[in-house]
Design a protein around this ligand. Structure first.
Ligand code: SAM
Length: 371
């Protein structure tokens, strides 16, 4: 054992009330925050549990047998999630991403997908509904997810080398089973599929080219994510971050790349295509090039807290409103009020790129807010 010290921070204790207006106020046009950023994307964490113990996300030393996960009664029900999503859609949200924890561990998730797939934008259009998964249960569930109305999936996979992958997920899960999940998702038409690889220098950086080679010409978009500080739980160190610029340099040498212009507003990945037509890749530079200036997403935690920034240290208590007697219009007005007040909290908290925050307030707890 090394002498790494991992202080514990439990985000679930920090809570901000969400003030409710006295009267119903109907949404009045697109919602933008103080920096003019619209609300477009809602990430919904459906469980705080995961069957993996990735060292960068839910390390075993912290999430062990003594860790207390949320009781079922604390979780938002499917009805509560759908009601919340409907209010967000009325205010401009067009994309819903289910995440966790491992979302496929939530019982009857297909039912929730059916309920969300029935929602329509004010213009009568269906929403873009997707899900981020570690892929462990995907082979079994892909067909049911597709039939329920899921359009596409993002699968996390950090290495092709079985030994490295087993070490990184820390539950000895084989890479072949995730690859089978990806194949099955492709077979049922959950497309386009994206694969997320978190790159940790010294751990899986030599897997960049094998991963790139494997997914070239497959129609699957591989995205390389800079290893982030997810709070006080993963023992994050800047020297373990491989900057995206170096990822691109390494790939360029083997397979020439051309930059692609961003397509959607608020896109987090910088996109590149292989010059020989081998497809597309992306890099997500959360550490070296934060993208807060175009952030258009809100996050709903498993127990109904609303986070307006991945790096916020406390969430707004939506669940109390959902379980009280506030009307949809009142809750929507409460959400609108805090979105309008939203500023660039991430920069405030983060300090200079890659250095610890002066306040020590860098708490993300990905398993709880969702990635
Ligand atoms: N269990 C699902 C999965 O594995 O995709 C969904 C939840 S996971 C928290 C969502 C995404 O966050 C994954 O792609 C994961 O790799 C990413 N992630 C988790 N911890 C991270 C970290 N420290 N830095 C960068 N990305 C991270």
């Amino acid at each position: 054992m090394g002498d790494t010290f991992i202080p514990l921070t439990d985000l679930r204790r920090s809570l901000r009330p969400l003030p409710v207006p006295d009267q119903d106020i109907a949404p009045d046009g697109p919602l933008v925050d103080r920096l003019g950023r619209p609300l477009r994307d809602l990430r919904i964490s459906v469980t705080d549990r995961c069957n993996f113990r990735c060292s960068y996300c839910m390390p075993k030393e912290v999430f062990d047998k003594s860790h207390v996960f949320l009781p079922h009664s604390a979780l938002l029900s499917f009805e509560e999630i759908t009601r919340t999503a409907r209010m967000f859609v009325a205010q401009g949200v067009r994309k819903l991403r289910l995440t966790g924890g491992e979302p496929l561990l939530r019982k009857n998730l297909e039912r929730l997908i059916e309920m969300l797939a029935a929602l329509r934008t004010p213009e009568g259009q269906p929403l873009d509904i997707t899900l981020t998964t570690n892929g462990s249960l995907l082979a079994r569930k892909a067909r049911a997810l597709k039939d329920a109305g899921l359009q596409r999936v993002t699968v996390s996979l950090d290495a092709l080398d079985d030994a490295i992958f087993r070490r990184m997920n820390d539950v000895d899960f084989p890479v072949a089973d995730v690859l089978r999940g990806i194949e099955q998702a492709q077979a049922v038409g959950l497309a386009p599929i994206k694969v997320n690889m978190v790159v940790k220098r010294g751990t899986n950086d030599h897997e960049l080219l094998p991963m790139a080679r494997h997914f070239r010409h497959s129609g699957i978009v591989l995205r390389f994510i800079e290893y982030m500080d997810v709070g006080a739980t993963n023992g994050w160190r800047m020297d373990e971050v491989l900057p995206s610029a170096q990822v691109i340099e390494t790939l360029q040498r083997a397979h020439p790349l051309q930059a692609i212009d961003p397509q959607a507003e608020g896109e987090t990945a910088e996109r590149w295509r292989y010059a020989d037509g081998g497809g597309e890749i992306g890099v997500i530079s959360s550490v070296t090039q934060a993208f807060c200036h175009q952030c258009n997403r809100a996050r709903l935690s498993t127990e109904g807290k609303l986070f307006l920034c991945l790096f916020a240290s406390a969430g707004h208590d939506l669940r109390t409103l959902l379980r009280g007697d506030a009307s949809d219009l009142q809750i929507a007005a409460a959400i609108a009020a805090i979105w309008r007040q939203r500023s660039d909290r991430y920069s405030e908290l983060r300090g200079a790129a890659g250095t610890p925050s002066p306040t020590g307030e860098r708490r993300v707890e990905m398993h709880y807010i969702g990635g």
